[in-house]
Design a protein around this ligand. Structure first.
Ligand SMILES: Cc1cc2nc3c(=O)[nH]c(=O)nc-3n(C[C@H](O)[C@H](O)[C@H](O)COP(=O)(O)OP(=O)(O)OC[C@H]3O[C@@H](n4cnc5c(N)ncnc54)[C@H](O)[C@@H]3O)c2cc1C
Length: 381
């Protein structure tokens, strides 16, 4: 586990220097391409940046969540889009998969995922189950060779490219009826629909399951697995928080440089107090969110997985801070920030999406309120 501060700092510094040399030159092109940057994924795998968060006994590098946070943010400092690869290789469904997979399942999927050759997508959201994720209807019905899947998933990140999907399913009624299965792209009965485009530039495709046969050995979590899944999903939320802060910082740094040189009324913009205070506010929000994020990651490294309350506070603070910083940066750069010549507008669009994705800020605040009052508040009418 890479928790020693000096070691972690060296790792962060060397990763950032790699990102600035090797990734920064193609950063703009990658940001504006809807395709998953597979060549860059192989490069990051070779650089040892995938599987950091996965314990060694589960097939990963065992460096821990703090190291993975350092990696994702250092990569984003050179190329914001490439941070998505570090997410996919450390924080996304790969982490839940590694945690709960059987040894043969790990053997089948993990080497390709950690080499940057394959991608795993998460099928959780449905047309009628967004924030109320437990209302999911995708049914897994017993069949002599496993289960038959019927239902629809929407909004999945990387669904246009993923080789395999971790799909939340319902084996029976109620919370205890929920679990998950692994479905390969190309499986009979799975149709990947036409892509739609999010405002952030990402494409997503609906997934239609129509009597899709899932063999018994492709079950990840049987009925009763929902709580375990959400514990794994808290790791995904930390990666989302780390990128929010990192992209907010990227935009902030671009704008800071711009304000030091751009002159209006015969003075650099940095000399106007109205702008200075915007940057002071953004800096305090980014730095405090970073502390909450590192606290949640450090506790996760100590306890195995991050706690729901720590994660909710970190993601909420990070989502707001990243978006605020990107918005400040864009405003302070005027039309230059609003133009896609720089990545400031890209960071603005991406940070906006993370206030919705993976547990919206409102849903996180509900979770934090439960922590405050020490009781559950059902959202049902
Ligand atoms: C960029 C992006 C990537 C995504 N990637 C994935 C993915 O990989 N896999 C996947 O399965 N899904 C993914 N999603 C979907 C995401 O998980 C959902 O968008 C999210 O859970 C919210 O659901 P919804 O969009 O249906 O909004 P709704 O649940 O319909 O909510 C609409 C609004 O109401 C608010 N709201 C709802 N309930 C409450 C409440 N109880 N209290 C207060 N406010 C409430 C919400 O915060 C939101 O502002 C992604 C979404 C985005 C934007």
């Amino acid at each position: 586990m890479m928790t020693e501060p000096g070691l972690l700092e060296d790792f962060r510094r060397s990763t950032e220097s790699f990102a600035k040399q090797r990734l920064a030159p193609g950063a703009r092109e990658r940001a504006h391409s809807p395709d998953y940057p597979r060549d860059t994924a192989r490069l990051l795998a070779a650089q040892g940046l995938l599987g950091l968060s996965i314990p060694e006994e589960l097939g990963g590098q065992g460096a821990g969540l703090l190291a993975a946070v350092a990696a994702i943010q250092a990569v984003a400092a050179g190329c914001p889009r490439s941070a998505d690869i570090v997410q996919a290789g450390n924080f996304g469904p790969i982490r839940t998969f590694a945690q709960y997979a059987t040894p043969p399942q790990r053997q089948r999927y993990l080497p390709g995922l950690l080499a940057g050759e394959k991608i795993i997508g998460l099928g959780m959201s449905e047309p009628d189950a967004g924030s109320a994720a437990t209302e999911l209807k995708t049914a897994a019905t017993p069949h002599r060779d496993g289960f038959l899947l019927n239902g629809t998933k929407v909004f999945s990140t990387h669904s246009a490219d993923a080789d395999v999907f971790l799909v939340y399913v319902r084996y029976g009624p109620g919370l205890d009826g929920i679990g998950s299965v692994l479905v390969d792209r190309g499986s009979p009965g799975l149709t990947v629909g036409p892509p739609s485009r999010f405002m952030n530039g990402e494409h997503w495709c609906p997934l239609y399951f129509d009597d899709c046969l899932v063999p018994g050995d492709q079950v990840l979590l049987a009925a009763g697995g929902f709580r375990k899944q959400i514990s794994g999903f808290n790791v995904e939320r930390l990666g989302n928080a780390a990128r929010s802060i990192a992209l907010g910082r990227y935009a902030f740094d671009e704008a800071r440089q711009y304000l030091l040189t751009r002159q209006q009324f015969g003075r650099p913009l940095a000399e106007f107090q109205g702008l200075q205070w915007m940057f002071a506010d953004a800096m305090v929000k980014l730095e405090s969110a970073q502390l909450l994020l590192e606290r949640a990651a450090a506790a996760g490294d100590r306890d195995g997985l991050p706690s729901a309350a720590d994660t909710a506070m970190a993601k909420y603070a990070a989502n707001e801070a990243g978006y605020f910083a990107a918005d400040v940066a864009m405003q302070a750069m005027g039309a230059t920030g609003f133009s896609d010549d720089s990545l400031v507008e890209y960071c603005f669009r991406r940070t906006r999406g993370w206030r919705i994705a993976g547990g919206s800020v409102e849903v996180l605040k509900n979770r934090i309120a439960e922590h405050v009052f020490g009781r559950r508040f059902s959202q049902r009418g």
